[in-house]
Design a binder for this molecule. Structure first.
Ligand code: SF4
Length: 353
């Protein structure tokens, strides 16, 4: 049984750090929904008995609740245990939240990023801190009892005390899941250009690691399980859909730019909105070799708290264990230590073949 990802590539405004595939051409939304419905119908055999559904973007909450319902109805949600939708706090109204819940959404991922107005402005988000808090409260009032929020750290000018306030504010909201990402300076984004021009200073690696360590420690104290590098959940609320990406279980991607992974085949729709709308977008695919599959297993497995079976790792992990970067669990899995998480990408590269 597969998971389904539906990409909604519309944003009311572009955030200054973002290099995701999205567009502000909101007038294309209606046509896009029709194209998504057409793709679902064409791939009906692939979207049968879907267990998890994730509407991501872009900003899915730029769509009317009626269109969210049409998409879910076209997929069929009888077997779906988890139906997540990303929500921008600026789009939250009681009426909208009630309507999407009625349409079948049972988990929200709210893109809060920060509870500090100065930082939200700096990174070009369209909501403010009060709206973020209000969005969570409204969602809870509308009956959502499985809410995740996204937070960002290592933002230019962000202080440790601001970060601590963000974490405490999140905890006070009594949500079930938190995803936290250190800011990445993607090539060509406005924020990257401002740092390159010397207008802003990126915070240094030690400070970033200190923010990450504080986050892990504080959320653990508050009862969250740190089950993936960037993801924390109250036990039982780990994201079922996202876990597919990390565990290598199949998923189908619908919409422009969406990726699918079934068997040893990865396929994707090109991230070309006009081609997708005209129905001319061709799906591309690659067949993963044994080496690709091994490398993916290392890359994704080491990001999780389950790690990778030692017997499945083809390189010697002894040096990393002695350096305190990896450790072996009682059931013979290799997992990253807190120190190892700081340089996880380098460790993964060492263990790939
Ligand atoms: S809302 Fe999300 S997808 Fe849209 S520009 Fe901002 S970060 Fe990118």
């Amino acid at each position: 049984m597969a998971g389904l990802y539906v990409h909604i590539p519309f944003c009311k405004k572009r955030c200054l750090y973002c290099d995701f595939f999205s567009t502000t051409l909101l007038e294309r939304r209606k046509k896009y929904v029709e194209a998504v419905l057409k793709e679902i119908a064409e791939r009906k055999n692939e979207v049968e008995e879907i267990k998890t559904i994730y509407l991501g973007g872009g900003t899915p909450s730029t769509l009317d609740a009626a269109d969210i319902r049409r998409i879910l109805e076209a997929v069929g949600t009888d077997k779906a245990e988890e139906i997540t939708m990303e929500l921008n706090p600026g789009d939250a109204t009681q009426e909208y939240l009630q309507a999407i819940r009625k349409a079948g959404i049972n988990r929200l991922s709210i893109g809060i990023q920060s509870f500090q107005d100065d930082l939200l402005q700096l990174i070009g988000r369209r909501h403010n801190a009060a709206q973020a808090i209000e969005a969570v409260k409204m969602a809870q009032e509308a009956g959502f009892d499985n809410i995740s929020i996204d937070l960002m750290y290592a933002l230019p000018t962000q202080s440790m005390s601001q970060w601590k306030v963000d974490i405490e504010t999140a905890l006070e909201l009594k949500i079930q899941h938190i995803s936290c990402y250190g800011l990445m300076y993607e090539e060509g984004t406005v924020l990257t250009k401002r740092v390159e021009a010397g207008e802003l200073t990126a915070i240094d690696e030690d400070e970033e690691n200190a923010m990450y360590d504080y986050l892990c420690k504080r959320l653990k104290e508050a009862g969250f399980v740190h089950y993936e590098v960037s993801n924390f959940a109250i036990p039982g609320y780990e994201a079922k859909h996202n876990s597919r990406y990390w565990n290598g279980t199949p998923y189908v991607g619908i919409g422009a730019g969406a990726h699918s992974y079934v068997g040893n085949i990865r396929s994707w729709n090109k991230d070309d909105l006009e081609a997708y709308l005209s129905g001319k977008a061709q799906r591309e695919q690659e067949v993963l070799s044994e080496t690709d599959i091994y490398n993916e297993r290392i890359m994704l497995g080491l990001r999780t708290n389950k790690g990778v079976e030692r017997s499945a790792i083809k390189k010697d992990v002894k040096a990393h264990i002695e350096a305190g970067l990896l450790r072996e669990t009682e059931d013979g899995h290799i997992v990253a230590t807190q120190q190892g998480l700081h340089i996880l990408n380098r460790i993964i590269e060492d263990l790939m073949i």
